[in-house]
Design a protein around this ligand. Structure first.
Ligand code: NAD
Ligand code: GLY
Length: 347
């Protein structure tokens, strides 16, 4: 069992332990007094894990109702959020009660935003069930939904009261979802931790479960440091976007279908590294990315991708920030005009 204390504006623990899902009731009771909760989850996760969670809550005297929505990014919207609010009212959830997000980043993001806004804010607990959610989205307090204008455009900073990571849960994840999470793990190694990168290099998609505990712990600790330094995303936190500028552009070009976020991030990291770093670093990154069945390049011409970069949240008026890792384990933010960025990437 490992515990990481995240000292943000409201501090909380990330509890990392195999089998922790069945101990959730006890873990939650240690930090929250309320005996009433609503669990929010998607249909896939509901079938796999709701009953284990509900049993554990019941043993600790917590009564819970479950709100289930269809899995996938297309549910992370205003319509689902409205249904969640109606459900919370129907169940009489008060300010002293709480929500539990049981699922991947989609469930975590929409539940966090519901918790931030229902009755002007109630507590919530994250129980992330994807690798991506355990290593990234469940920690740090970014919550959001998608609107017509773009992904994650409406949201709030809302730190959870507790995060429970059980790596046994990751065993039912499809390979493509594990790969998606690995893109963020490799990113953490590239920007902050050479040993983590080497651990990724020494494994591959087929033996990943040997290292999930270690990578979850290491990535959460990296995220802890970053969000403690820059909770509201005004500086250092931006480094977590390594690979994301081009990654989001590729995802956008594909209209967010048939191309996962992890594939985008992996390709984005490789393209930037090829362009700005030594051959040795680019080759190591590409080999590592390929070991997790993620793409290292794209056939989409730069001229078609770059306009999508200008639409990115990281783009301010006529300038754009991008992230480079000059060495494995170190990171730099570079800011140039959009025109310069186009020239650099097309050249
Ligand atoms: P997801 O939540 O859609 O989960 C992926 C799929 O895996 C879903 O179909 C889900 O039903 C299924 N699944 C989840 N857990 C499972 C399990 N244990 N076994 C079997 N199937 C399981 O996607 P994701 O990759 O976890 O998260 C992506 C979302 O996270 C995006 O909306 C993105 O914007 C957001 N995100 C947020 C942050 C943040 O800081 N808030 C950071 C990164 C990403
Ligand atoms: N996933 C990026 C962040 O939390 O800032």
């Amino acid at each position: 069992m490992k515990n990481i204390r995240v000292n943000t504006s409201t501090p909380y623990d990330v509890h990392i332990e195999r089998g922790a899902l069945s101990e959730s009731g006890k873990l939650i009771s240690a930090v929250l007094n309320s005996k009433k909760a609503v669990v929010i989850t998607d249909d896939t996760v509901d079938k796999l894990y709701s009953s284990v969670l509900l049993n554990s809550l019941e043993k600790s005297g917590i009564s819970a109702d479950v709100f289930v929505f269809p899995h996938g990014e297309q549910s992370k919207n205003l319509q689902t959020l409205g249904q969640i609010f109606d459900f919370l009212c129907e169940k009489g959830l008060t300010r002293s009660d709480f929500l539990i997000a049981l699922g991947g980043g989609v469930v975590g993001d929409i539940t966090g935003f519901a918790a931030a806004s229902y009755l002007r804010g109630i507590e919530f607990v994250q129980i992330p069930t994807t690798l991506l959610a355990q290593v990234d989205s469940s920690v740090g307090g970014k919550t959001a939904i998608d609107i017509k204008g773009g992904k994650n455009l409406v949201g709030a900073f809302k730190q959870p009261a507790l995060v429970i990571c059980d790596s046994d849960i990751l065993r039912t994840l499809p390979e493509a979802e594990l790969a998606c999470g690995m893109a963020e793990v490799i990113k953490c190694g590239m920007i902050r931790d050479k040993s983590l990168f080497e651990l990724c290099e020494s494994h591959n998609i087929s033996n990943i479960h040997e290292i999930t505990d270690e990578i979850v712990y290491t990535c959460v600790d990296i995220k802890r440091q970053v969000v403690e330094n820059d909770e509201f995303d005004r500086g250092e936190r931006f480094t977590l976007n390594f690979g994301h500028t081009l990654g989001h552009a590729i995802e956008g070009w594909h209209n967010y279908t048939n191309y996962t976020h992890g594939m985008g991030v992996a390709t984005g990291m490789c393209l930037i590294t090829r362009r700005f770093c030594s051959n040795d670093i680019a080759e190591r990154l590409e080999k590592c990315v390929e070991a997790y069945k993620l793409p290292v390049s794209t056939d989409i011409p730069m001229s078609e991708l770059l306009p999508f970069c200008s639409k990115d949240k990281k783009c301010e008026s006529d300038s754009i920030s991008y992230i480079v890792c000059p060495e494995i384990g170190s990171v730099e933010i570079r800011r140039v005009t959009v025109a310069e960025f186009y020239k650099l990437m097309e050249g």
